[in-house]
Design a protein around this ligand. Structure first.
Ligand SMILES: C[S@@+](CC[C@H](N)C(=O)[O-])C[C@H]1O[C@@H](n2cnc3c(N)ncnc32)[C@H](O)[C@@H]1O
Length: 173
C-alpha cells in the first residue's frame, strides 16, 4: 500500500460531515477531492498554477471547495476558524515541467500556523518524500521540530525501503 492509500484509509473515520478541512498542497487534486467528499468545506492551496488548474478540473463536480493559488505559509490570511484536519503531501507536482517542490523553512512555518488553527483533537497529516536532497532536509527539520515539541504522533507509515516516503499523523492535544 502506498502512503496516499494509507492516508485515505486512515483519515476516513477522523472526518465528520460538518468539518472544515484544508489541503495544503493541492497538486493533482486527489486529496482535495477526497476531503471534499467527507467534509462540509475544503480550502486547498498550491503555489503552482498548473496544480490549481488540475485540481479545478478534478473537483469540477464539487461545490464545497475554495481553491487558493498562494503559498500555504499564508494559510492564516484565508482561514479564520478552527480546522479539523490538514493534509500536507510535500515535494513536487508529479508529471510537470515546473519544478516547485515544497521548501523546508516554508513547510515549517506553514506547519506551525496549521497547528495553531487546529481544533482540539484535530489532525495534521504530513507525508515527506525523502528521495531528493531537499526532501531529506525538509524531513529532518520538521521531524526535529515535532519531536522537540513533543507533538503527539498517533501513527507513522512508511514502506520500509530506502528513501521511501514517510507519513506522520499528528493529533492536537
Ligand atoms: C506531491 S504534490 C501534492 C499532491 C496532491 N496532494 C494530490 O493529491 O494530488 C506537492 C504539491 O505541493 C505544492 N507546493 C510546494 N510548495 C508549496 C507551498 N509553499 N504552498 C502550497 N503548495 C506548495 C507543489 O506545487 C505541488 O503541487
Amino acid at each position: 500500500m502506498n502512503n496516499n492509500t494509507f492516508v485515505h484509509k486512515y483519515i476516513r473515520s477522523l472526518i465528520h460531515p460538518e468539518d472544515l478541512t484544508v489541503d495544503m498542497t493541492a497538486g493533482n487534486g486527489n486529496d482535495t477531492l477526497f476531503l471534499s467528499e467527507l467534509s462540509k468545506e475544503v480550502i486547498a492551496f498550491d503555489i503552482s498554477a498548473e496544480a490549481i488548474r488540475r485540481t479545478k478540473e478534478r473537483i469540477k463536480e464539487r461545490n464545497n471547495v475554495a481553491l487558493i493559488h498562494d503559498s500555504h505559509v499564508n494559510v492564516d490570511r484565508y482561514v479564520n476558524r478552527k480546522v479539523r484536519l490538514f493534509i500536507f503531501n510535500l515535494g513536487y507536482l508529479p508529471h510537470s515541467e515546473e519544478t516547485t517542490p515544497s521548501k523546508a523553512d516554508d513547510t515549517l512555518l506553514a506547519f506551525q500556523k496549521a497547528y495553531e488553527l487546529l481544533e482540539e483533537n484535530g489532525y495534521i497529516v504530513i507525508t515527506f518524500y525523502l528521495g531528493h536532497r531537499g526532501g531529506k532536509d525538509e524531513f529532518y527539520l520538521l521531524d526535529g521540530y515535532i519531536r522537540k515539541n513533543r507533538f503527539q504522533i498517533t501513527e507513522t507509515y512508511s514502506q520500509n525501503k530506502i528513501d521511501s516516503p514517510v507519513t506522520y499523523i499528528i493529533r492536537k492535544r
